[in-house]
Design a protein around this ligand. Structure first.
Ligand code: ADP
Ligand code: MG
Length: 239
């Protein structure tokens, strides 16, 4: 039994104005379930980042509704959207966005510090999530001392430390070689095993499809296919 953690309902999006107006998304419906890793794939320019930005409440849709953990975002003020984001959504980007002067554990902790959490609890929680991403031995390392894949795993630890209901990752493996890309996807797949948490990964990297429970394809701003992977079907039959 899974529940919907993030939902796009009949989303349309125009970029630009006047003659430059461009329809980036048309009638997009997508519900992200907890306990699943969903891949959003499609050619360059098909609308993947636009959809992810709308789901992450960083971009307002031209029409339609987004529901974050059941809360509609329509008509909300920027500070209310910021709170929804902070409480429910973790972001992972292609470039890791770590602070170069902070150690791995402090890069993770900062996500809790800005919420005003107690320092001792923040440190303990940060250490726990570094262990989840397999970096318990690198807590004191600076980003320059870590490989690209390790830096991305620190970024994933930072995204999950606030216990969000959904992780949104835009091309998280694009800058990585095959081995590091697989390590990052394995961590995201593990993070998605929690039934209370869904993971949506935007990619055009076919190497990572094996990690998905579900693959959604978008072309010219429309969802053209949405399928469960064989692995999930086998698990469902065994259950
Ligand atoms: P993808 O992530 O799949 O490569 P995007 O969502 O970035 O695609 O872009 C979808 C389409 O919208 C592209 O044609 C892109 O050029 C256009 N687009 C994206 N952002 C803007 C913007 N801020 N202003 C105008 N057009 C945009
Ligand atoms: Mg993109």
């Amino acid at each position: 039994m899974t529940s919907t953690v993030l939902e796009a309902i009949d989303i349309g999006k125009f970029h630009g104005v006047g003659a430059g107006r461009f329809q980036a998304l048309t009638a997009v419906n997508l519900a992200i379930a907890g306990g699943e890793l969903t891949l959003l794939t499609g050619p360059s320019g098909s609308g993947k980042t636009t959809l992810l930005s709308i789901l992450g409440c960083m971009l307002t849709p031209s029409s339609g509704t987004v529901r974050v953990h059941g809360h509609s975002t329509t008509g909300r003020k920027p500070e209310q959207l910021a709170k929804l984001r902070r409480d429910h959504i973790g972001f992972v980007f292609q470039s890791y966005h770590l602070f170069p002067t902070l150690t791995a554990i402090d890069n993770v902790r900062i996500a809790l510090d800005i919420r005003g959490e107690n320092a001792k609890q923040s440190t303990q929680k940060a250490a726990e999530v570094l262990a989840i991403v397999g970096l318990e031995n690198k807590a004191g390392s600076y980003p320059r001392e870590l490989s690209g894949g390790e830096q991305q795993r620190v970024a994933i630890a930072r995204a999950i430390v606030g216990d969000p209901s959904v992780i949104l990752a835009d091309e998280p493996t694009a800058a990585l070689d095959a081995e590091n890309g697989r390590a990052v996807m394995a961590v995201l797949a593990r993070v998605a095993k929690d039934p209370a948490r869904g993971v949506l990964v935007v990619t055009h990297d076919p190497r990572i499809e094996e990690f998905a429970d579900r693959i959604v394809c978008i072309e010219d701003g429309r969802i053209i296919s949405d399928s469960r992977t064989v692995a999930t079907r086998e698990i469902a039959l065994q259950a």
